[in-house]
Each structure stands twice: as C-alpha cells, then as structure tokens.
Design a protein around this ligand. Structure first.
Ligand SMILES: NC(=O)c1ccc[n+]([C@@H]2O[C@H](COP(=O)([O-])OP(=O)(O)OC[C@H]3O[C@@H](n4cnc5c(N)ncnc54)[C@H](OP(=O)(O)O)[C@@H]3O)[C@@H](O)[C@H]2O)c1
Length: 360
C-alpha cells in the first residue's frame, strides 16, 4: 500500500514544486482500497483530501497510507489532519516527517492527540528519495544540486577539437529530458554555453507547472545575444551569473532579449549563487557541466547527487577534456566515493548515479 502511495505521489513530478510529492491510499478494514489521491500544486487539493473524497463514508475505521506527514496548519488548504480525523480514519501509516518547519512533527502529533494510531518509518528511504530535493531545500533554503555528465568509456566529454555531439544515443538523451523534467533549474558553464549553443529546455513532452529556469555561470559576459538561450527567453527564463562589471553593450543586448544578468564579485561564489536561486524558490538544480564548473562545484562540496551516462565509445586524445577538471585527487584513497549507487541501461549507454560520500 505504501509502495502504491509512493507511485501515486510520483505522478506529480514536474507539477508540485515548490510543494512536495504526496500520494495517499485509503484501505478499509477488509483490505479493500477505497480511495486514492496525489498532489498537484495547481489543483490545490492535497492527496489526503482527494483520497478521502473518493472514499466517502468508507473512510470510517479505515487506514490511510500517506507518503509524507500530513499537515496540521492552515495553508492554501485546511489542515489535512482535520480532514483525516473528521472522516473517522483509525490509523495513519506515513513514512517520514515533512521537514517544512510549519508541518514537522505537528501533523503526527495532532493525529495522535485525536486518538489516531500513527505508524512511521515504513519505506522511509524510498519516501525520502522521492522528495530528496524538497527535503534538502526545506533544511538549507538552497536547491538540491544534481551533477549530470555524458562521457565516453575513456571518460572524455568532447574531442580534442571540442566536438561533443552526441556522445550518448537517443534513449539516454530522452532519459536526460526526463531528468530535466524533475528539476526547477538547469545550469551550465559559460564555455559550454558558447561552444555548444544549447537550448537547455525540458523536451520530455510531459506537463510541467513552472518553466525550467536556465542558468549560466561565466567570468565575463560573452554569451551572444544571437545564442539559442538568448533567443528563447519566452520558452523559460535565462539567468546569467557573471563576475565583476559586465560590458554595458553586451548587457543591454542580452537584457533586450529578456535575459536576466546577475553581476557579483565572483560568479564562482556558488554559495551565493545557490542562495539566490533558493530565494527564487528554485528547489532543485541539474548541473550539466562543463568540466571546469563540475570540478569547482564538487570541490566546494555542493553536489548532492551525481549521474554519469557512459557511452560505449573511445574518444582518446591526451588533450581531449575529461568529465571533471580541476586538480583532482592526489591518491585514489582521496577520490570522491559515491553511496547508494544505481545502474541502469538506456540502449547502448549505461547510467550510473549515486550520492557523494565522505572523501577518502
Ligand atoms: N559531455 C558532457 O556531458 C559535457 C557537458 C558540458 C560541457 N561539455 C563540453 O565541455 C567543454 C566546456 O567545458 P569547460 O570546462 O571548458 O568550461 P565550463 O565549465 O562550461 O565553463 C566554465 C566557466 O567558468 C568561467 N570561469 C573560469 N575561471 C573563472 C574565474 N576565475 N571566475 C569566474 N568565472 C570563471 C569561465 O569563464 P570564461 O568563459 O570567461 O573563461 C567559463 O564561463 C565544451 O567542449 C563542452 O562541449 C561536455
């Protein structure tokens, strides 16, 4: 039942931010499912309310499986805990607390005070992973950072001449659009933006509530106003962080295209960049390289998740760039290890992802 509640919650991907993904299943004493619901921000009603509406009188004496702690405060909707109590729910099974300070622990406490049996912890790892970006954002006010790179078997991201299209095949690239769909913003370094002239849009074909915010980090403002990014600001915001005082002509040419430029002492002050994205309610950020940007973000300890797509090809070349620049580890023991590793295959390509563990 909890697995079903989590599957229902996942149907909201792309349509809940800045809220959490939540699914609810209501089961009567005969173990029959009498109500199901999942949250979509624009539909306003919460998963619990939708499931209770479906269950009607059958909710009396039933168990509610809710993938995240129900809220007990007055928000955009009335408290879900009130709705569960009023409907006569006997038991609530919910894996984890909602880290939102307005909810955290209070939802469970309210239910218990009303005599409802509350069981927590069931499938808590899965529930936490489903809302990893929301949970990270609620705790830090900064977006969850996911670094994604596409490499050849020998770890290269481009040829010696800078040609980088395409390393992975169609199926892996479709998977990347699904990844983009899960994120509020996407980021690349300025050299990547200039070399590849990418669009950086979500072309998953799936409905999303807020447009993907496209972010570029560069030292000097040198992105062309004729670039695909600058020409498609109607498809989604483009935000450039640049160091120092940008050239006035370059600035006004980009601004006239609708590009927003944030000049700060150093565009590489990622703590400041992430804070500013957080203030714009961007909860999740997919960083798509290049190697310079990826290295600095990893070295700063700001990357929360890493995914590499590995293509069965060998590019070769001493001077062809590899995925992560910087000075790198001195010893294998000092390299960055990943935890909770997952491997998937898309056509001929392999996707490997994990979460940075302690260095060495
Ligand atoms: N296969 C893949 O997954 C993948 C993904 C992305 C990119 N790529 C390839 O990677 C290559 C580009 O990557 P890259 O590592 O060269 O660059 P990058 O990471 O895309 O960009 C680095 C940015 O940092 C800026 N920078 C450097 N020093 C700075 C400083 N002290 N202060 C502020 N900003 C500073 C640079 O500014 P300036 O521009 O002013 O120097 C540049 O805009 C391209 O060939 C691209 O095709 C491959």
């Amino acid at each position: 039942m909890m697995s079903l509640a989590l599957d229902l919650a996942a149907r909201g991907v792309g349509q809940v931010s800045p809220g959490p993904l939540v699914g609810t299943v209501i089961v009567d004493p005969n173990r029959q499912i009498v109500g199901e619901g999942f949250y979509l921000f624009d539909e306003v009603k919460h998963a619990e309310t939708l499931a209770l509406e479906q269950a009607g009188d059958k909710a009396r004496g039933a168990t509610a499986y809710v993938s995240l702690e129900p809220h007990a405060h007055q928000g955009r909707t009335n408290p879900c805990t009130d709705a569960l109590i009023k409907a006569g729910i006997k038991r609530v099974v919910s894996p984890i607390e909602d880290p939102n300070p307005r909810v955290s622990g209070r939802g469970f406490a309210h239910l218990r005070e009303a005599g409802i049996e509350v069981r927590t912890g069931l499938m808590d790892d899965e529930a936490g992973a489903l809302n990893e970006a929301y949970i990270h954002f609620m705790r830090t006010a900064r977006p969850f950072v996911h670094l994604k790179m596409a490499v050849s078997m020998d770890g290269k991201v481009a040829t010696v001449n800078g040609d980088s299209r395409w390393i992975t095949g169609e199926q892996a690239r479709a998977r990347v659009h699904d990844l983009r769909h899960q994120y509020d913003a996407i980021m690349v370094g300025g050299r990547t933006a200039r070399a590849d002239d990418p669009l950086l849009t979500d072309r998953s074909g799936k409905k999303r509530r807020r447009p993907l915010v496209r972010v570029v980090i560069e030292q000097y403002l040198r992105i062309s106003p004729e670039s695909q990014l600058a020409q498609t600001t109607d498809a989604g915001p483009v935000l450039i962080f640049a160091s120092g005082d940008p050239d006035a002509d370059e600035l006004s040419a980009l601004q006239s295209r609708g590009v927003e430029v944030i000049a700060q002492e150093s565009a590489l002050d990622f703590a400041s960049v992430l804070e500013q994205l957080g203030k714009r309610s961007i909860q999740s950020l997919l960083v798509e390289g290049g190697p310079f940007l990826a290295a600095l973000m990893l070295e700063a300890g700001l990357v929360n998740k890493v995914t590499f797509f590995i293509a069965p090809m060998i590019i070769g070349g001493q001077d062809a760039p590899s995925a992560i620049g910087g000075s790198g580890a001195e010893k294998i023991a000092g390299s960055l290890q990943l935890d909770r590793v997952e491997v998937k295959q898309h056509g001929r390509d392999v996707e490997i992802s994990g979460y940075p563990a302690n260095r060495g």
